[in-house]
Design a protein around this ligand. Structure first.
Ligand code: FAD
Length: 285
């Protein structure tokens, strides 16, 4: 694994578009605090099939008004090219230069797979490069513990390589709690000449039920010893958060020691858990 110097590290924060005005107020407060430590950029998720389109636009629009570098996510599954042009055109007007290009997971009952629609993220990356050249830095997703639908680890790596060959500049991983899984993945990518920075996605642990639900859906493993301890805390939220913080802090320390080129925090629109990690890792540059 090649090592990255501290100043070259890409440190970023992910947000999701709130559903309510109250949620938006909370997001604004969280962003104010998170932005004060100087991340490279914020990203904002997008619901596949356009389910959050207007809310993602509103969140990205507000971030841009604050002069914050923002990377909107694009989820392409079932989306017509004309619609993708509309969305990207909107972002060009807002001065966006970075995009996270994804396939997404179609909500059940919303399957659209007509002609002109995208099937996989590599097709979206190729489309963005064909239509917009080098205007955007393009990020894609990577899975150190492998995507749940991949027929094999090797097939998933080859599909990841396809996205890089189509023109992705960098990758953000699904979250994981095993530094070894990341290390093996990066080494395997190096062997396959996949030569983009692979930034670990970091999920703070603050709520066991929510984490267990997400992890079951996305194939991110919570190691048994962590799961058992989290279960045992029951309603003792403070002890759970303290334990969760220690686990994730140690993971991040290990990742940075191993030469990870940055960290991407899944903030869940909360500043506290991420900033506690940030400060204890000494990430302010
Ligand atoms: P792909 O890279 O297309 O891969 C999907 C699956 O298909 C994999 O199993 C892969 O091995 C296989 N595959 C890929 N290409 C091919 C091919 N050409 N032929 C055959 N098989 C292939 N979801 C959202 O809806 N909105 C978001 O904002 C969002 N943000 C995310 C951010 C990050 C950092 C990550 C890691 C995930 C995010 N997701 C989001 C979830 C993501 O959309 C899902 O994990 C989705 O199932 C896969 O998306 P992908 O871009 O990785 O897909």
């Amino acid at each position: 694994m090649t090592h990255q110097s501290q100043n070259e590290r890409v440190l970023s924060f992910e947000l999701f578009p709130p559903k309510t005005a109250e949620g938006m107020d909370k997001l604004k407060l969280a962003v104010e605090r998170l932005n004060s430590v100087g991340p490279r950029y914020f990203s904002c998720t997008y619901g596949a099939g356009g389910s959050t389109r207007e809310r993602t636009f509103a969140t990205v629009g507000w971030l841009r008004e604050q002069g914050i570098e923002t990377a909107p996510h694009l989820a392409c599954i079932g989306t017509e090219k004309a619609e993708m042009r509309d969305i990207v055109g909107h972002y060009i007007e807002q001065g966006i230069t970075r995009l996270v290009a994804l396939r997404g997971d179609m909500p059940s009952g919303m399957g659209r797979t007509g002609i002109g629609t995208f099937r996989y993220a590599n097709e979206l990356v190729a489309f963005l490069r064909e239509e917009y050249g080098d205007r955007f830095t393009i990020e894609v997703a990577a899975y150190p513990e492998f995507h749940p639908q991949a027929p094999s680890a090797q097939a998933d790596l080859e599909n990841f390589k396809r996205k890089v060959e189509a023109g992705a500049d960098t990758a953000i991983t699904q979250y994981f709690y095993s530094a070894e899984a990341y290390r093996y993945f990066v080494d395997e990518c190096e062997r396959m000449q996949i030569d983009v920075p692979i930034i670990p996605g970091v999920m703070p642990i603050t709520n066991y039920n929510q984490l267990a639900r997400f992890s079951d859906a996305c194939g991110a493993e919570i190691p048994r010893w962590i799961r058992k301890r989290l279960e045992a805390f029951g309603d003792d939220k403070d002890s759970l958060k303290a334990f969760g913080h220690d686990v994730v802090l140690e993971l991040c320390q290990q990742l940075l020691e191993d030469g990870a080129p940055g960290l991407h925090f899944y903030t869940m629109n909360q500043s506290g858990p991420t900033l506690k990690l940030w400060n204890e890792l000494g990430l302010s540059q």
